[in-house]
Design a binder for this molecule. Structure first.
Ligand SMILES: NC(=O)c1ccc[n+]([C@@H]2O[C@H](COP(=O)([O-])OP(=O)(O)OC[C@H]3O[C@@H](n4cnc5c(N)ncnc54)[C@H](O)[C@@H]3O)[C@@H](O)[C@H]2O)c1
Length: 358
């Protein structure tokens, strides 16, 4: 796909498109940049490259400003495009730049992490972090095209794969039993998270994951505040309420986001069981699925009272109320008001989930 990127991208751009600004970071560009750049040029585009720093700490307004200045200095026009080559950080930031530059130019995603391939490249959420928190400034801006080359997963570090697999399990668990089963089957059948990423079946699974995400987004693109049904875009936040607290309490240093989501799903699963929503056998399936994603960092040493306090301040609250995404079964989410969850159950669920052997 990377070799053919130009021919694949051009039909989705405006007929007058002349220039493309390729945004990446040094690591990803070093691996795949020349291939993509050459291919875009062969398809007739003038290509300029801008590299941002590697990592979440560069997903800022300051980096956005430098990208926007570059687009201006290159005189990118309304009919031109921005191409993001990299993980979710590059995709979110480049997408936001494309959303606001000249009030919106075309934008193409070429995601190179598993998380970006199954999740962040699809759905049009773009943005940056501020000192107040993650993803607090952004825009909805749908990509004109998303090109996925799964061979890029071969160079991805193990933890990034585990984080991506956790998000893959999340999507199935929250909204599609068949997707959940296919994901677990690939992980088990291939013999582990690394092997699964290079298995022949990964292409089909990623396509299925994208189709699922697209289906949910089509039904609720802007994540309507008043929707609490199982088709709401909110269900994609399954596992995120405790994940955000875990990331915050460890200063974003211990967990990759997907790893924290892995643990967060176990917490939400325990709560679901405790409320009598989820059958214990379904919780076991969820636990096995999370385990098959690979080892997760420990969380049982963390201050649970502080985690509970952080959960109560979750930024995903609606009208000041915390909404938990729970499960009534694998593949069916239930959105529950935080006040319906007794404090004792929350405490016990955190304890049990974090002591679970992974
Ligand atoms: N827009 C959305 O809907 C959405 C959804 C989920 C997550 N996100 C965002 O995505 C971001 C996380 O994305 P991520 O997990 O892809 O992290 P990332 O972009 O930081 O990439 C992880 C690491 O892998 C490296 N890398 C990327 N591709 C590689 C490859 N093929 N080989 C070797 N190394 C490679 C990167 O340089 C980086 O060091 C977060 O900022 C999160 O907020 C957005």
């Amino acid at each position: 796909v990377l070799e053919e990127a130009g021919d694949l991208v051009v039909p989705s751009l405006q007929p007058q498109a002349r220039k493309a600004v390729l945004i990446s970071n040094a690591k990803v560009f070093g691996l795949y940049g020349q291939t993509v750049s050459r291919s875009l040029k062969r398809a007739g585009l003038e290509v300029r490259t801008f590299l941002i720093g590697d990592g979440e700490r560069y997903k800022t307004l300051r980096t956005l400003d430098s990208v926007l200045q570059f687009l201006s200095s290159e005189k990118l026009e309304r009919t031109d495009s921005v191409v993001a080559l990299g993980g979710g950080v590059v995709g979110d930031l480049a997408g936001f730049a494309a959303a606001v530059y000249l009030r919106g130019v075309d934008f193409v995603q070429i995601p190179t992490t598993l998380l970006a391939q199954i999740d962040s490249s699809v759905g049009g959420k773009t943005g940056v972090n501020t000192v107040a928190g993650k993803n607090l400034v952004g825009a909805f801006h749908q990509p004109s095209a998303v090109l996925i080359d799964t061979s890029t997963l071969e160079t991805l570090p193990r933890r990034e794969l585990t984080a991506g697999w956790c998000e893959a399990v999340k999507q199935g668990a929250a909204g599609d039993r068949d997707l959940f089963d296919s994901t677990v089957q690939l992980l088990r059948g291939a013999g582990g998270p690394l092997q699964a990423a290079s298995n022949n079946g990964v292409d089909r699974l990623i396509a299925k994951q994208c189709a699922f995400k697209a289906r949910i987004v089509e039904g609720d693109e802007r994540e309507a505040a008043d929707r609490n049904d199982s088709g709401s875009r909110k269900i994609l936040n399954f596992g995120h309420t405790s994940a955000h607290a875990l990331e915050t309490i460890t200063g974003y240093r211990r967990f990759r986001h997907g790893e924290a989501v892995g643990l967060g799903m176990l917490v939400a699963g325990e709560i679901s069981k405790g409320l009598g929503l989820l059958d214990p056998s379904e919780l076991e399936l969820l636990q096995e699925a999370v385990r098959s994603c690979g080892r997760l960092p420990p969380a049982d040493d963390l201050d649970r009272a502080r985690i509970i306090q952080l959960i109560s301040q979750d930024k995903k609250s609606v009208g000041g109320k915390i909404k938990w995404i729970l499960l009534s079964r694998i593949g069916r989410a239930a959105i529950v008001d935080g006040r319906e969850i007794p404090a004792t159950l929350l405490r016990a669920s955190l304890q049990t989930a974090f002591q679970h052997r992974l």
